[in-house]
Design a protein around this ligand. Sequence first.
Ligand SMILES: *[C@@H]1O[C@H](CO)[C@@H](O)[C@H](O)[C@H]1NC(C)=O
Ligand SMILES: *[C@@H]1O[C@H](CO)[C@@H](O)[C@H](O)[C@H]1NC(C)=O
Ligand SMILES: *[C@@H]1O[C@H](CO)[C@@H](O)[C@H](O)[C@H]1NC(C)=O
Ligand SMILES: *[C@@H]1O[C@H](CO)[C@@H](O)[C@H](O)[C@H]1NC(C)=O
Ligand SMILES: *[C@@H]1O[C@H](CO)[C@@H](O)[C@H](O)[C@H]1NC(C)=O
Length: 329
Amino acid sequence: MDAVRFSLLLFLLSSLFISSLSARCNPNDKNVLLKIKKSLNNPYLLASWDPSTDCCNWYCVECDLQTNRIVELTIFSGEISGQIPPSVGDLPYLNTLVFRKLSNLSGEIPPSIAKLKNLKMLRLSWTNLSGSVPQFLSQLQNLEFLELSYNNLSGSIPASLASLTKLGALHLDRNRLTGEIPESFGHFAGTVPDLYLSHNQLSGKIPESLGNLDFSVIDLSRNKLVGDALMLFRNPARSTFRIDISRNLLEFDLSGALFPMNLTLLDISHNRIWGNIPSQITALEDLQLFNASYNRLCGKIPQGGKMQGFDYSSYFHNRCLCGPPLNKC
Ligand SMILES: *[C@@H]1O[C@H](CO)[C@@H](O)[C@H](O)[C@H]1NC(C)=O
Ligand SMILES: *[C@@H]1O[C@H](CO)[C@@H](O)[C@H](O)[C@H]1NC(C)=O
Ligand SMILES: *[C@@H]1O[C@H](CO)[C@@H](O)[C@H](O)[C@H]1NC(C)=O
Ligand SMILES: *[C@@H]1O[C@H](CO)[C@@H](O)[C@H](O)[C@H]1NC(C)=O
Ligand SMILES: *[C@@H]1O[C@H](CO)[C@@H](O)[C@H](O)[C@H]1NC(C)=O
């Protein structure tokens, strides 16, 4: 074959390839997306969702290259009002669903989301969603990342979320959640997720079971938790690197604590914690933020390690803590 013919063949093949690309959108997915656009009142953000074009090229969506099915729907920071369209549940290949920074999006999380069995990432955050954290989310067994932060969700946390075996992060912070932390959160069936429950109205005791698991991050700050938190401070070999239990009503003796060696952040401020700060804390080499202020601690601040690198505000407002950076004992 001579060069001219060969390049002609190449040209024909590549134009075939391009034309097949231009029509790759799955018609079912396209209909569903158009329904979604309509139920959101045809927002400007979705102006590119034009029925005469390939839906794989539309803004806010992503098609899988092999199957040409819609796998991602990410609606982020636009002038969107109304509710999450139940028809999102009719995009069966979705692995990522995001509605984020949409302050006028309200209503409840639609049950149809339970149909999305391939979902790995669900982020419904910085919206005005209300109602409860739905029980049906535990049916999404492929979920790796669940974020419902910064909403207006109320009611208690479903214990069944602990059955999500692949969950790597659970963000339920900054809502109006009440009730206790489920005991089941000490028995996550598979991976142990980073746990963010801060800025809610959770009450009762921290379940003892939470001491069983090796959480990397645990943030329970700004709730109404009472009683003991020593279960988080029993094993220095834990890989936990962030623990924030600040601004609760916790009341326990810190003297027996053994801090995980890899901690970079430890905030226990604004509680009713008593006893002294154990000297094992001076062995923590990566500690960048430590705050024990506004408690009922006593005794000499351990000398050494990172402890004198924190200023007085990490220690002030306690019963009788003393020594640098506070006054002499
Ligand atoms: C939210 O709705 C209010 C009232 O309709 C409107 O003034 C505001 O611009 C909307 N904000 C966004 C981000 O859509
Ligand atoms: C949030 O939703 C509630 C109803 O659930 C409504 O009363 C309130 O006005 C909404 N707030 C915003 C900022 O849209
Ligand atoms: C949260 O929802 C309640 C009703 O359930 C509503 O009165 C309130 O305005 C909402 N909060 C915000 C910040 O929109
Ligand atoms: C602490 O961090 C080091 C370095 O990142 C890592 O090698 C080690 O396995 C961690 N320790 C635990 C108990 O996870
Ligand atoms: C510790 O927490 C108190 C109370 O919230 C705050 O005033 C202080 O600035 C914090 N100090 C550090 C070093 O984080």
